[in-house]
Design a protein around this ligand. Sequence first.
Ligand code: HEC
Length: 143
Amino acid sequence: MSAPKESHEGLSSLQIIFLVIAGFLLLVAFGAGFSKSTPTDGDASADERIAPVAAVEVTAVAANAGKRSGEELYNAACASCHASGAMGAPKTHDKAAWASRLGGNLKALVASGIKGKGAMPPKGGAADATEEELTRAVAFMMK
Ligand code: HEC
């Protein structure tokens, strides 16, 4: 009966380590909160206060995959062909060219773009793009 007891002890020391780490993180978080709320003047300290916000924004951009605007995805993945009309691609902002495709139906055009057509690979090569992003990008090109 010694084996189960040992594993139980192992678990509780893990839990203690976890609690110590959690407590430390809490202290750090509180420390940061207090130093931020301390009124300061001078440009250097302002930069210090902005730095954490900038770091959060960088994380937000990474987490933003799937939330690109139509224009952002278009510039990143569609412009290479659609800006010039390369290989017979309907040109960006050429309303007539887009209206003549699938009756200018946005949903049908997006579905076609997801499958790929002719010289265009599926999703225009933007494999990580969501249907919503592609819809925005097509709508942007049709404007
Ligand atoms: C490698 C070049 C290329 C890229 C990159 C590209 N396209 Fe295209 N696209 C084409 C070509 C060529 C056509 C015309 C295909 C045809 O009719 O045979 C086309 C047609 C389309 C159509 C109309 C499909 C239809 O059924 O008529 C849509 C919608 C579309 N593209 C969306 C996009 C989107 C959105 C992106 C960016 C995410 C993109 N394309 C990127 C080349 C490209």
